[in-house]
Design a protein. Structure first.
Length: 59
């Protein structure tokens, strides 16, 4: 029997990875947002992308 990954089911699997470089100031802001909102840095970045996208859609 094949081993199956066990975890919480999701309707939006996160199967893409992105790597990028940031400066110290951006890292500081990202960590601050993550701590204040009590969410992961990845989630902060996802929210940021959606916010920018929504702003572009309004133009």
């Amino acid at each position: 029997m094949a081993n199956k990954k066990i975890g919480r089911p999701t309707n939006a699997p996160k199967n893409k990875t992105i790597k990028f470089r940031i400066d110290d100031e951006t890292d500081k802001k990202l960590r601050y947002c993550s701590d204040e909102l009590n969410i992961s840095k990845s989630e902060v970045l996802r929210k940021g992308v959606h916010k920018v996208y929504d702003d572009l859609d309004k133009q």
